[in-house]
Design a protein around this ligand. Structure first.
Ligand SMILES: [Zn+2]
Length: 199
């Protein structure tokens, strides 16, 4: 077998990305070969620094290049509201809807017995700790509207029950089984507005 060429290596790497097949990988590779050197260098540098310069916020666990992140440090945001989401992409979705001006808490997934994800694999204890520290008036559970997201929301509501904090669940206008990450701005905004208190 011949040693793989730079072209083959890039095609192979690109094929590992979601939604990129052999054809797309080849098209991107040949596109880059014809692109200005500066553009290719910029892409290479951004890729090299992506993992190196990205960390988790010590407070909300969103991806950030500084900790605490910009949202946690923004004095114009309401620190007494915490919106709980599964993944950083869900946070982006809520943020883009413009419907929420509080703080966030990223769990790092949802409870899933099938996939072996238990409560201690998620940042639930850290959320509890934030609430215990005081100054939080409402925790808004914005986990996804599917079986795992619902189970996670119930579990967290239970854990927070004995603490003096209001707990609400956002009201999804999207079909059950949907994903916050892919919901449009209007739907996310409405879900946030119509959130219901969890008893
Ligand atoms: Zn943060």
């Amino acid at each position: 077998m011949r040693a793989s060429s730079p072209i083959d290596r890039l095609v192979e790497s690109l094929k590992r990305l979601p939604g990129i097949g052999e054809k797309s990988a080849q098209r991107l590779t040949y596109h880059l070969l014809g692109a200005p050197d500066a553009h290719v260098a910029e892409l290479a540098s951004a890729l090299a620094r992506l993992k190196q310069d990205t960390a988790l916020c010590e407070r909300c666990f969103d991806l950030t290049d500084r900790s605490p992140c910009r949202i946690c440090q923004d004095p114009k945001r309401d620190a007494s509201l915490i919106c709980v989401v599964e993944e950083p992409a869900d946070l982006v979705s809520v943020e883009n809807s413009g419907s929420f001006r509080g703080h966030y808490h990223v769990l790092g997934g949802a409870l899933s017995p099938i996939d072996g994800v238990a409560a201690e694999d998620l940042r639930i204890a850290e959320l509890e700790q934030r609430v215990r520290q005081g100054g939080i008036r409402e925790v808004i559970l914005a986990t996804n509207p599917n079986a795992e997201g619902d189970a996670t929301a119930h579990y967290i509501a239970d854990r927070l029950r004995q603490l003096s904090v209001a707990v609400s669940r956002i009201a999804y206008g999207m079909p059950l089984g949907g994903d916050l990450e892919y919901a449009d701005h209007v739907t996310v905004g409405r879900s946030m507005e119509n959130r219901r208190k969890v008893d």
